[in-house]
Design a protein around this ligand. Structure first.
Ligand code: AMP
Ligand code: ZN
Length: 482
C-alpha cells in the first residue's frame, strides 16, 4: 500500500508521490530561539520525526531542513530584556534545543540553517519580488508584499478574497486571519531594534519572519519540493505568506504537500508561552518523567487530533512502556542466544511477502496504520496485539525460541519508527555477530589473545558480548535503560 497523507492545501487525503523519487524534500518550520521550547512545540517536532521515519521506512531518501529563527520580533525583545547581544542570547536556546531533541530521540535533520546566516539569500529574494512588481517600498523604508498582486493569495488558509484588506499593511510577524493584509518583507531599522540590523540595498534593517523560511527552504530544497509542515497555527499567516513570496518569485509551484499537526492543549487552550499554560521538556524531566515517556505520550494520539496534555497521559505512557519492556525481556530470555542477530531489514512489500511467520501480520498492520495518514493510535494497537498474542503463546508454553526471536525482530522493526525502546534497537548487524562468533571459536581453541582482540573489535563498534553457558548474547553498550 502507498502512503496517503492529508494535504492542507487541497483539504484531502492524497497518495504521496514525490517529484523525483526516491528523493524527498521536507521543510519543517523550526523553533524561534528566544526561550526553551515547550512540549506543544515538541508535539510538532515529534510529528515531523514520525513523518520522516515513515518516509524512510518506505524507502524514500529524505532531506529535511529545519530552520532556526534567531532574529524576529521576539528574539530581539528577549535579548534586549536580558541585556545581551542577539547572538549570545539565541545561542543558549539553540544549544538547549538540540539537547532536547536528543532527549526525545528526534532524528537530526540534514540541515539546520539559522536565519541570521542567510540574510543575503533573503535580500536577493526580496529584490526579485521588487523587480517583478510584487513588493513595494513604504514611507519608512520598509518593504511590503502586495497580496493583491498575487492572485492565489489565501489558497492555503482558504481566505475569502473579498474580505482581504489589500493596501492595508501589517508590520508584526504574527497576526490573525481577520487582519490579512500586505506584510513586511524587510523592516527598516527602528530605535527599538537596537544593534540588530543588516545593510541592504534599501538601507539598514532586518528581514520579516516569513521571508526567512522561503529563502532557506528554496536554498536547500530547490524551487519546488515535496513536503512542508508545522503546527496548524503556522497555516496563517506564515505558510500562506511563504507560498505567496516563493511562487511570486519563481513562478513555480512551491510545495506539493502541506501537513499540519493539531495543537497540544491544556484545558482546551493551546499550550503557548503567551498563555502561560506551558511545560518545557525540562519541567517534565524535573518531575521525574523520561524523554521516552514524553515521546510516547506525544506520539500516541493521531497528529491531526487535538492532544490534551495531562499527567494521567504521561502515567499511561509509563505503563505502556513498562509492558513493552517486559515483553521484550521475556522474548529475549526465550530466544536462542546466538540467534540474537541477523541483520534487520526494513519491511517493504517485497520483503513482507517473504516473512512467513506469526509476527508478519502484526508488523503489516502497524505499517498499514502509518501509511494511513500516520495513524499512530491504530499502529500502537497493532503493536499491543503482538504483545498480547506473544504473552498468550508464552503462557501456554507454545512459543518456540525461533518465534520469540521473530517477536524481537518485529519489535526492532517497529521501533525504527517509534524509537521508544532503546534497548531493542537495533539488533546487532551481521558483522558484529560474525566477530562474536569468531571470538567464541577462538576461546574454544584457547586462543585467548585472538579472543580478546575480537572482543575489543566488537566493543569498539558499540556492542558488548555477554558469555552464556552455551555461547553468547550481544547487548548494545550505552543503551539508555530509562
Ligand atoms: P514557534 O517557536 O512558536 O514558531 O513554534 C514552533 C513550532 O511549534 C511550530 O511548528 C508551531 O506550529 C508549533 N507549535 C507551537 N505551539 C504548539 C502547540 N501547542 N501544539 C502543537 N504545536 C505547536
Ligand atoms: Zn517557517
Amino acid at each position: 500500500m502507498a502512503l496517503s497523507i492529508y494535504n492542507t492545501l487541497t483539504r484531502r487525503l492524497e497518495e504521496f508521490a514525490p517529484i523525483q523519487a526516491p528523493q524527498v524534500g521536507l521543510y519543517t518550520c523550526g523553533p524561534t530561539v528566544y526561550d526553551f521550547a515547550h512540549i506543544g512545540n515538541f508535539r510538532a517536532y515529534i510529528f515531523e520525526d514520525l513523518l520522516r521515519r515513515t518516509l524512510r521506512l518506505q524507502g524514500f531518501r529524505v532531506t529535511q531542513v529545519m530552520n532556526l529563527t534567531d532574529v524576529d520580533d521576539k528574539t530581539i525583545r528577549g535579548s534586549q530584556a536580558a541585556g545581551v547581544q542577539l547572538d549570545d542570547f539565541t545561542r543558549q536556546y539553540k544549544e538547549a534545543f538540540f539537547e532536547d531533541l536528543r532527549t526525545l530521540a528526534i532524528e537530526p535533520a540534514e540541515h539546520y540553517p539559522a536565519a541570521t546566516a542567510h540574510i543575503a539569500e533573503m535580500i536577493a529574494l526580496i529584490a526579485k519580488l521588487l523587480a517583478k512588481g510584487y513588493a513595494y517600498h513604504s514611507e519608512d523604508g520598509s518593504i511590503y508584499f502586495s497580496i493583491a498582486k498575487f492572485k492565489p493569495y489565501g489558497q492555503l488558509a482558504h481566505l475569502d478574497r473579498d474580505g482581504l484588506r489589500s493596501g492595508a499593511r501589517i508590520a508584526q510577524d504574527e497576526y490573525q486571519k481577520e487582519n490579512a493584509s500586505d506584510f513586511a518583507l524587510w523592516k527598516a531599522w527602528q530605535a527599538a531594534d537596537g544593534a540588530t540590523a543588516w545593510e541592504s540595498p534599501w538601507g539598514r534593517g532586518r528581514p520579516g519572519w516569513h521571508i526567512e523560511c522561503s529563502a532557506m527552504s528554496m536554498k536547500y530544497l530547490g524551487k519546488s519540493f515535496e513536503l512542508h509542515t508545522g503546527g496548524v497555527d503556522n497555516i496563517f499567516p506564515h505558510h500562506e505568506n511563504e507560498i505567496a513570496q516563493s511562487e511570486a518569485a519563481t513562478g513555480k509551484p512551491f510545495v506539493k504537500y502541506w501537513l499540519h499537526c493539531a495543537h497540544l492543549v491544556v484545558d482546551g487552550r493551546k499550550m503557548a508561552k503567551s498563555a502561560g499554560n506551558f511545560f518545557t521538556l525540562r519541567d517534565l524531566l524535573q518531575r521525574g518523567y523520561t524523554g521516552r515517556e514524553i515521546r510516547y505520550a506525544l506520539l500516541s494520539v493521531h497528529y491531526r487530533q487535538v492532544l490534551n496534555f495531562t499527567f494521567e497521559a504521561l502515567a499511561a505512557a509509563r505503563g505502556a512502556l513498562k509492558r513493552l519492556d517486559e515483553f521484550a525481556e521475556k522474548m529475549q530470555n526465550q530466544s536462542p542466544p546466538a540467534a540474537a542477530g541477523r541483520e534487520f531489514q526494513p519491511v517493504n512489500a517485497e520483503l513482507q511477502s517473504k516473512i512467513e511467520n506469526w509476527v508478519a501480520g502484526h508488523v503489516a498492520a502497524f505499517t498499514r496504520a502509518l501509511e494511513d495518514d500516520l495513524n499512530t493510535s491504530l499502529a500502537l494497537a497493532a503493536l499491543f496485539d503482538l504483545v498480547y498474542e506473544g504473552n498468550k503463546r508464552l503462557a501456554a508454553g507454545a512459543l518456540t525460541p525461533a518465534q520469540a526471536h521473530q517477536a524481537l525482530q518485529a519489535l526492532a522493526q517497529i521501533d525504527r519508527v517509534l524509537d521508544v525502546q532503546p534497548g531493542i534497537t537495533p539488533l546487532p548487524p551481521q558483522t558484529i555477530i560474525d566477530l562474536a562468533q569468531a571470538r567464541l571459536e577462538a576461546r574454544r581453541r584457547k586462543d585467548f589473545a585472538a579472543a580478546d582482540r575480537l572482543r575489543r573489535q566488537v566493543e569498539a563498534q558499540g556492542w558488548i558480548i555477554q558469555d552464556t553457558a552455551e555461547d553468547f548474547k550481544l547487548k548494545r553498550s550505552g543503551a539508555a535503560s530509562s
